[in-house]
Write a protein that binds this ligand. Structure first.
Ligand SMILES: [Zn+2]
Length: 419
């Protein structure tokens, strides 16, 4: 195999990153408001397409509002896709998503300048609505490309102001009913590599410059509905109290230590709704929502079943019934083994330390990785903070990641076609 070396233009990357960082800042100065289908997010997409056009890339977009830019070569072959998303959570940071898109632009610039003979096109992707807080439709853009979008869910989607997703898309001349057509381009994707900040503390703590992600966690969200009997807090005799909140609390107290003793598993009791929610009333109706994550499908199943069993066990003595419902389910997605190796090989060549990490956050790569080879590169996040204005990675760390992406992409793009 011939070894091709590329080197990124640091000034190009930093300049482009600062241009994107000017779009969608919250007026208070506290982070970003580039929510999906906002003016700011669409402006970021326009900026991306303009920037890519200046590089001479072929710019296009699809029915999901995703933006793409192709560095053409051997157009009959499917493209190596690289990129991330341009939307943020409310009061989000400048790095989550945007870093990967700008890093992909700098990679295309480096590969174009290198004059390497490419065996296939390189495609930069800027996906729509990865985060999903506005409409509850996270990973919308990549799901549309993967053909795994739940159209029932997106038809029902509306934000807190009552604006439907259909209306929000129509403002930008897109028709919600056209979303499935975005999957038509999928055969034209060879695979996908996403560059991203870690959003956790592991790389910083271990003083490691980069990571190849081995798997993206599965996420299962479970709602436990405890039904007891609403009654007077003072006059109800102790043996007759059917306090649903007490059963919910016992569930948290019993299940959480079990999770602490498990490998590759996290579980978060994150939301509780108590009815009627008054100090002088024995609550007869409580909903407790959990978020359970594991990169291992068997561990994930076992944990969710155990959670439901614990809830029933602790409820029985209080004469409380429990109904469990899974309301969000994303299966774990292993990254492609050969591509994880490709990232490692490139890191070795660059003499960058490179860890192997599971991603405990969801990503577009976890959606596309179900229908095509996928890989991810992580760089350190300061203090592991993300989805907050304090989100930060140094320029040096960002440039490391871009250089690693460029080298990995160059290696894969110059690979001889297997006959
Ligand atoms: Zn992200």
């Amino acid at each position: 195999m011939t070894v091709s070396t590329v080197s990124i233009d640091s000034a190009f990357f930093l300049q482009a990153f600062s241009e994107l960082a000017a779009i969608g800042r919250d007026p208070s100065g506290q982070g970003y408001q580039r929510l999906a289908w906002s003016e700011a997010e669409r402006e970021a997409h326009r900026w991306f397409r303009d920037r890519a056009q200046q590089l001479g890339l072929t710019v296009w977009s699809d029915a999901a509002g995703n933006s793409f830019a192709d560095l053409e070569s051997q157009a009959h072959r499917p493209a190596l896709a690289i990129g991330s998303h341009l939307d943020t959570v409310p009061y989000g940071g400048a790095y989550d998503g945007g870093y990967g898109v700008v890093g992909a632009l700098a990679t295309a610039e480096a590969i174009q300048r290198s004059g390497l003979k490419l065996a296939r096109p390189l495609r930069i992707c800027a996906f729509t609505d990865e985060e999903g807080p506005r409409f509850g439709t996270g990973l919308l853009g990549s799901k549309a490309v993967a053909g795994t979008l739940d159209m029932e869910l997106v038809r029902r989607a509306q934000d807190r102001q009552g604006t439907t997703l259909k209306e929000a898309m129509a403002r930008f001349d897109l028709d919600l009913e056209d979303l499935p057509s975005a999957a038509q381009t999928q055969p034209n994707f060879w695979g996908y590599i996403e560059l991203h900040i870690e959003q956790g503390p592991r790389l910083e703590q271990r003083h490691i410059r980069t990571a190849a992600v081995t798997a993206i966690t599965g996420i299962r969200q479970v709602s436990l509905h405890f039904v007891g009997k609403t009654n007077h807090a003072g006059t109800t005799p102790k043996p007759d109290r059917r306090n649903a909140l007490r059963a919910a609390a016992e569930t948290i107290a019993r299940f959480s230590p079990w999770v602490d003793g498990q490998e590759e598993l996290v579980a978060n009791p994150g939301q509780i709704t108590v009815h009627p929610n008054a100090a002088n009333v024995v609550p007869g109706d409580v909903r407790l929502d959990w978020d359970v994550r594991s990169p291992d499908p068997i561990r994930l199943n076992t944990a969710v079943q155990h959670l439901m069993a614990v809830a029933e066990d602790v409820s029985r003595p209080f004469h409380i019934t429990v109904e469990s419902q899974i309301f969000h389910d994303v299966p774990p997605c292993p990254m492609h083994r050969d591509w994880v190796e490709a990232v490692q090989t490139a890191a070795d060549r660059l003499q960058f330390s490179c860890d192997r990490l599971v991603s405990w956050a969801g990503h577009d790569a976890g959606v596309l990785g179900r229908v095509m080879p996928a890989a991810m590169i992580f760089i350190p996040s300061r203090a592991g903070v993300s989805h907050a204005p304090e989100e930060y990675s140094t320029d040096e760390a960002m440039l490391d990641g871009v250089q690693l992406l460029a080298q990995t992409a160059a290696d894969l793009l110059t690979q001889e076609e297997k006959s």
